[in-house]
Design a protein around this ligand. Structure first.
Ligand code: EPZ
Length: 420
């Protein structure tokens, strides 16, 4: 794995346009196989998880063509329903192809997506919902073999508003017979984007964005042209970068209504924020403040994906902040690396107490996951001196050339490949 070479101590700011959402495009790429016709997706983020999904679509026999950020998928040539462990291991969210393949072909085989460094990440809610709708599942040597001779709509009660489980049930239900109702559904903007895409392809879905979603199964779905919405986590990441380095940022494409809790917390740290319909303007204070508590949770609560970057920001704030990570059981691994830079953080189970310090110093750092890596990059930018952040492959899963973006905003970041 390569590393980012970062010169700290520079102010980040200026004007930047947010890209397309990773967590919206991934389920929508799986959904393209339900539209037995050509689909065009615009504003796609050119991140590694996007390209892994294209590999999966091609492995299944779909025709895929990309020009810049515009992708065309034609699934009429789909000829396989198995996704091997090697592919699944490259990207956990390949589990979303399970629902789409079952919805389209009534059968699918998929390696177990496994967990990752932020938690066990089971898929029991997905599988239990599938079985309720008539899917027969056999697990043989970590491969799930699924068949659905008859796929029937059902009332699905999710014990937790899981994003992935909600998405997978949507993908299964749009072509099931009869009505499906998802109770305690996830409400994330990415669920709304997926529902809008499926509706553009002819699905009948009502209530997305609320805890209850109703789907009337249809027999056939057609193609569509769809624009991927902005990435609210990428937007939050760049706002934190400006806030931590004393900068002023005009972020085009960021929509306040999908980032309310994140923006509220940034205001609590003393940032001055102004809003336009399709942009957010942030001015950092001379010193960030942090005498408050934050708990992550299902949307519209503070997003767990923003927790690592917020922790980074709080290390330099005046005061103490208690962060409670209620979504994933192991999502504080970036804290140890931040302490290597001089941060003062105490972890107690799912709670982290962040005691602000005056400054951080550069260090050799190891990222353990995507958002943890982004958090270490931000800390390195705000620190004094030089840092190396190893684990660039994690960061590239969710950010498109972040080294160029941060340099464009005034930072000094270079990606050094393994070969140096
Ligand atoms: C999605 O993951 C996102 N990934 C994650 O973003 C995000 O952190 C997460 O939602 C929460 O918002 C994509 O959209 C590709 P969940 P997902 O199912 O669907 C438990 C990033 O950095 N659970 O809502 O896997 C689970 O263990 C990534 O962009 C079960 O117990 O999240 C966790 O504690 C990281 N059983 C909680 O629910 C299940 O069957 C939330 O998981 C499913 C989930």
């Amino acid at each position: 794995m390569g590393y980012y070479l970062v010169e700290g101590g520079r102010v980040l700011g200026g004007e930047y346009s947010v890209g397309g959402s990773k967590n919206a495009v991934l389920p929508i790429l799986a959904a393209t196989i339900l539209a037995q016709d050509e689909v065009v997706l615009e504003n796609c983020p050119l991140i590694s998880d996007f390209f892994v999904s294209l590999d999966i679509l091609e492995e299944l026999g779909c025709q895929v063509h990309r020009e810049g950020r515009t992708l065309t998928v034609d699934s009429r040539s789909l000829c396989r329903t198995e996704i091997g462990e090697d592919m699944v291991g490259r990207m956990r969210s390949s589990i979303l192809f399970l629902g789409a393949l079952l919805g389209r072909e009534r059968r699918a085989s998929l390696g177990h997506p496994g967990g990752c460094t932020i938690g066990r990440r089971p898929i029991d809610l997905h599988l239990r919902a599938f079985e309720k709708m008539g899917v027969h599942i056999r697990e043989v040597e970590d491969i799930f073999h699924c068949e659905a001779p008859v796929l029937l709509g059902y009332h699905i009660y999710l014990d937790y508003p899981s994003v992935g489980a909600t998405e997978n049930v949507l993908l299964l239900a749009v072509k099931a017979e009869g009505t499906t109702v998802i109770h305690n559904a996830a409400r994330e903007p990415e669920i709304v984007a997926l529902a809008r895409f499926l509706r553009a392809c002819g699905a009948e879905i009502y209530g997305e964005g609320t805890p209850t979603i109703m789907i009337e199964g249809v027999r056939k779905m057609h193609g569509a042209v769809f624009t991927i919405p902005f990435d609210r986590i990428e937007a939050g990441t760049f706002l934190c970068a400006a806030a931590m380095t004393g900068g002023t940022l005009y972020l085009k494409g960021a929509q306040r209504q999908y980032m309310e809790r994140t923006l509220e917390v940034l205001e609590q740290t003393g940032c001055a924020l102004r809003y336009e319909e399709d942009a957010v303007y942030l001015q950092a204070p001379t010193r960030l403040l942090s005498d408050f508590t934050v708990a992550t949770g299902p949307y519209p609560a503070f997003p767990t994906d923003m927790q690592p970057m917020l922790m980074s920001l709080l290390t330099l704030a005046k005061g103490t902040c208690m962060i409670s990570e209620t979504v994933f059981e192991a999502r504080f691994r970036h804290a140890a690396a931040l302490c290597q830079m001089g941060a003062n953080i105490q972890i107690h189970g799912r709670n982290a107490a962040v005691f602000g310090v005056e400054k951080l110093h550069g260090a050799r750092l190891e990222a353990a996951d995507l958002r943890g890596g982004a958090a270490l990059l931000l800390a390195a930018l705000a620190a004094e001196g030089q840092s190396r952040v190893y684990g660039s492959a994690f960061v590239e899963r969710g950010y498109e050339k972040i080294e160029d973006a941060l340099t464009f905003l005034g930072g000094r970041v270079r990606l050094v490949s393994e070969k140096g």
